[in-house]
Write a protein of this length. Structure first.
Length: 318
């Protein structure tokens, strides 16, 4: 966001029109409620009437069934909604949805592995799997399926919250990191913390009883087209993709445990071809995630720069 440092308006300052500015909604404000917020509605209307190019960075844990972003030429958020994506112009429209990412403070912890040092190899990790996180009905289903697999570790916040440094250490010592759905949508920070730790992730794709099937798959099918060409060039499809590297779960957790156990048995067999195969899986996963992060930064930067160039054009010439 360096390109916009001079023009950032945070919080509730709805009465300031800044051409090329980035407005940050950094408090709890669901998209469903934005059209009913009188001040926000006035700002959206003023931007549309005056033709002022501006960016909305919307940070909230929510989903919305209708379009709350009318009047905004560029909106950045981090919860994928196919409905909002379509309503705001699709892949070439004004709405950018970023990967959710890991929680604040995940890097820079005391005693942490330096960023330029590679993650520990997948072979030889202390735990076959680990789950650390909140408790809900889907947590019990996940743990019931995973507990028969020996060598795992689990802790939920019913026993109190684990220090971030300890969670970091355990995940970097785990082979698999199963990730249940979030509270509102399937995406959750734990998936991305597993990627940062070099774990082999298993992620749920849909909310129980909901129509949101293949949530992460459909998001990354869209996002890879936007970002990977900026890193890989025109042959971007030839490298690792989400569909190749991340095990997604659309059915019960029990459907994943057989594959997990079979993979662990092959790892413990110690045969070099297996080590090479599992090591290549981790390597492809880390490459994909690194390139997604790099491409996301380049793509968002270019969109904000384009908007700021427009902001330099006198309003009467637009």
């Amino acid at each position: 966001m360096e390109v916009a440092k001079r023009h950032v308006v945070v919080g509730r300052h709805y009465n300031v029109l800044v051409p090329g500015g980035v407005y940050v909604l950094n408090y709890w404000k669901k998209a469903d409620s934005l059209p009913f917020d009188g001040n926000f509605a006035k700002l959206s209307e003023a931007l549309e009437v005056c033709g002022v190019p501006a960016t909305l960075l919307h940070l909230a844990d929510e989903s919305a069934a209708f379009n709350p972003y009318l009047g905004w030429p560029l909106v950045i958020r981090y919860y994928w909604s196919p409905e909002l994506h379509k309503q705001n112009g699709g892949d070439q429209g004004c709405l950018l949805t970023l990967p959710l990412g890991y929680c604040g403070g995940w890097h820079g912890l005391p005693g942490e592995r330096p960023v330029d040092q590679p993650v520990p190899p997948i072979i030889g990790r202390a735990y076959s799997w680990s789950y650390i996180g909140g408790w809900k009905s889907s947590t019990e289903k996940l743990l019931s399926a995973m507990r028969p697999i020996r060598g795992g570790y689990s802790q939920t916040n019913t026993r109190g919250y684990m220090p971030l440094s300890e969670m970091h250490r355990i995940m970097e010592s785990s082979t698999f990191c199963p990730t249940r759905v979030g509270s509102v949508i399937p995406d959750t920070c734990r998936f991305y913390e597993g990627l940062e730790s070099g774990c082999l992730p298993i992620v749920e794709e849909s909310m129980p009883g909901a129509n949101r099937t293949r949530y992460l798959s459909t998001f990354y099918e869209m996002w890879e087209q936007q970002t990977l060409p900026l890193v890989r060039g025109i042959r971007w499809r030839q490298g690792p993709r989400f569909s190749d590297t991340v095990h997604t779960l659309s059915g019960p957790w029990s459907t994943a445990t057989g594959q997990v156990q079979a993979t662990l048995d092959r790892i413990h067999s110690g045969r070099p071809p297996v080590e090479n195969e599992i090591g290549a899986w981790q390597s492809d996963l880390l490459q994909w995630w690194s390139e997604i992060k790099a491409g996301s930064g380049l793509f968002v930067r270019s969109r904000i720069c384009d908007l700021q160039v427009k902001s330099m054009t006198p309003l009467q010439n637009r």
